[in-house]
Design a protein around this ligand. Structure first.
Ligand code: PRX
Length: 658
């Protein structure tokens, strides 16, 4: 281990891959040369070797209608068949697919043969409920096997799922149901969170309460419900999963669908108040996630036990809990609950119990464990771990070094993976048996992926220069659009930089820098998107939610640095004159914070909320969020000369100091 002294720069610390790891690694350094020589040929080879095609493709990429890409367009495949049936047919039906652990300590183990059978039955049930190719199904479930079964069943019949994170409110769920015009909602009575039942079905009821919706049925998995409470039920609309599934056939033959058949919509926050429905399709996406899952995580499916701690409600849960691992025939752990329930070391007990070899987690979780102390993980035997991954936000070198030492026993390589809901799969990451790892840097684009750091005009920058992250060439897992809004797709992602002869250039929304070796360091978002615990939140969405409260005249929200969660939501609110008394009464800030939690979801609840008399604005009326961020982070105020009234900012800063 390299000792970090005060004057060592993080970028000078490097860890070579252990020799034994490198010798047995799935990904060799030659991948870079192979991909560079013929990028499209490289992807076509990956698509052919990693997947089963019902009808082989002859075209690799059609970029003629850029930015609307088509990959492997004349091929046909079935995504669920690729994740299930073919492993059984290859003689691996007895291999465990899912090692599920419920928060209360109950568990289930499903082999590939069993999971295939469950998904076939669920596919028949969906068909019986009238779901057809292209129909949208909303999934609002806890981390239980049925979440994965439901997603794969939807995929199997060529329909489109829209998974909504169980922590989102009824209102957020309804907005997503309406936007996608979902015909069916699959939910559970409740799930376990922090030792208690966390209800889900009542949120679905509340979501569907007002006005007509497109939902015909609500299919309810029986998971958790308090004994002494009644579960509301709408006859004709609500159906129990276990009752319905008992009535359908176990046999189901998977049909091939076009490679560009939509697979899912996943909503993510943007710079406006309305979340964007990111659309992913089948063949290119599955190629990208299978390839990255195998190479970045060095997957040896016969022996590894892989665990991604992500919830299926986020893109990591789609790409690296469901589609990547199962396409590769991996054995994986799925955990329902929170990391510290019922004991602070629950995660590490799970690693020991199942002999987890590959762990993929978010820096926020690592930093919370760091804060709680190394004694906690040290109570469990973590010697099975051989590779660690990080995702969702920049991992600071200190957390990286702790992760490697305390969790990885100074043995394991760490892969810091940069990607987005929009990219579908990992784009920048070390290869664990090849790249000498640098704490805090995601480092290099994967073979087959082109990434640049550019200036405002889209001109590539050199080493030791900071700019914007751009992707100049299409990739198989890329988003195919924003559901129902092609113009927003073009405007948001493809219009920031001038197009090149090869086509438009993708704008990621992240700042980045290359160090003196050319390694890439991510510098956070450059737009009004916050990253709280690795989850994306929009300042505009929270502002419009605050303004919907009767007391609020105006609101400004910023993401301020937070030691554990990366960023935290800090809100500044101006009360309406006629509600000034209520807004200044005790408990008012908590009421407004709770309003955000109940209308968007608990993750959006501001850490702090200040009632102020005015907001700092430029002469053209734009709120200067940068200044609010300075104040929220306790920094001296920057240049305030462009403000209409420079005293406003001083008043706010003084408030915060108290
Ligand atoms: O800002 C980057 C950050 O998370 C954003 C994408 O968020 P989301 O679509 O929710 O996907 C999260 C899981 C892939 C990016 O624009 N981000 C993600 N991974 C990293 C990261 N920032 C720094 N380092 C990373 N490894």
């Amino acid at each position: 281990m390299v000792e970090a002294t005060d004057d060592t720069r993080a970028e000078d610390l490097v860890f070579d891959p252990p020799a034994e790891f490198a010798a047995n690694a799935v990904a060799k350094g030659s991948l870079y040369a192979d991909a560079a020589q013929d990028r499209l040929g490289f992807w076509a080879d990956q698509a052919r070797s990693l997947l089963h095609w019902h009808r082989p493709f002859t075209q690799t990429l059609d970029w003629s209608e850029a930015p609307f890409a088509k990959w492997f367009a004349d091929g046909k495949l079935n995504v669920a068949y690729n994740c299930l049936d073919r492993h059984v047919l290859a003689g691996n039906g007895d291999r465990v697919a899912l090692l599920w652990e419920g928060e209360p300590g109950d568990s289930r183990r499903l082999t590939y043969a069993e999971l295939t059978a469950e998904v076939k039955r669920a596919a028949n049930l969906l068909t019986a409920l009238g779901i057809r190719q292209g129909d949208r199904v909303a999934i609002y479930l806890p981390m239980i096997p049925e979440a994965i079964i439901a997603m794969l069943a939807v995929a199997r019949i060529g329909a489109v799922h829209s998974v909504v994170f169980g922590g989102f409110s009824a209102e957020s769920l309804r907005a997503r149901i309406d936007d996608a015009e979902a015909k069916l909602v699959i939910t559970a009575d409740g799930g376990y969170r922090r030792g208690r039942v966390s209800p889900l079905k009542p949120a679905v009821d509340a979501a569907l309460e007002s006005g007509d919706s497109t939902v015909e049925h609500v299919l309810v998995v029986q998971r958790a419900w308090p004994d002494d409470e009644e579960l509301a039920w709408t006859d004709g609309r609500d159906l129990w999963w276990h009752e319905e599934i008992a009535q359908v056939d176990w046999e189901h033959e998977a049909q091939g669908f076009d490679a560009e058949n939509p697979l899912y919509i996943l909503y993510t926050s943007g710079t406006t108040g309305k979340p964007k429905g990111i659309l992913h399709t089948s063949g290119g996406y599955l190629t990208h996630v299978a390839y990255t899952h195998r190479n970045v995580f060095d997957l040896h499916p016969e022996t590894d036990v892989y665990w991604s701690t992500a919830d299926v409600g986020w893109v990591t849960g789609h790409s690296y809990v469901v589609y990547g691992p199962l396409a590769n025939g991996a054995t994986e752990v799925i955990y329902e609950g929170t990391p510290d329930t019922p004991r602070p070391g629950r995660w590490w007990e799970i690693v020991q119990k199942y002999g987890v070899t590959i762990l993929y987690a978010a820096p926020t979780a690592i930093r919370s464990f760091m804060k709680a102390g190394r004694e906690i993980p040290q109570q469990s035997d973590l010697s099975s771990l051989r590779l660690l991954g990080s995702v969702g936000e920049p991992i600071n070198p200190e957390a990286w070094l702790w992760y490697r030492e305390v969790i990885g026993g100074n043995r394991t390589p760490i892969v810091d993976t940069w990607w987005q809901t929009e990219t579908g799969g990992i784009m920048i990451s070390p290869l664990p048996g090849v790249t000498a790892a640098k704490p805090g840097s995601a480092q290099v684009p994967l073979p087959g992926i082109t990434v640049e750091v550019v200036d405002d005009k889209g001109r590539p920058l050199g080493n030791d220069e900071s700019g914007l992250l751009a992707i100049p060439e299409p990739w198989p897992g890329m988003l195919r659009g924003i559901w129902g809004d092609p113009q927003r797709f073009i405007d948001t992602y493809w219009s920031k930089f001038p197009a090149r002869p090869t086509g438009p250039v993708y704008f990621a929304g992240d700042g980045a820098r290359r160090d003196h070796d050319g390694d890439i360091w991510l510098l956070g978002r450059v737009d009004d998107v916050m990253n709280v615990s690795g989850h994306r939140l929009s300042t505009a969405e929270i502002e419009s939610c605050l303004v919907s409260h009767p007391w609020v005249a105006e609101a400004a929200v910023v993401g301020a640095h937070d030691e554990t969660t990366g960023q935290a939501v800090v809100a500044f609110v101006i009360a309406k004159a006629r509600h000034a008394d209520e807004a200044n009464a005790e408990g008012a800030t908590n009421e407004l914070r709770a309003h955000v939690a109940s209308s968007i979801g608990a993750i959006a609840r501001p850490r702090e909320l200040f009632i102020v008399n005015e907001l700092p604005k430029t002469r053209s009326g734009k709120i200067m969020r940068r200044l609010l961020r300075d104040a929220a982070e306790g920094r001296p105020l920057g240049d305030t000369t462009t403000l209409t009234d420079a005293t406003v900012m001083q008043a706010i800063a003084d408030r915060l100091k108290n």
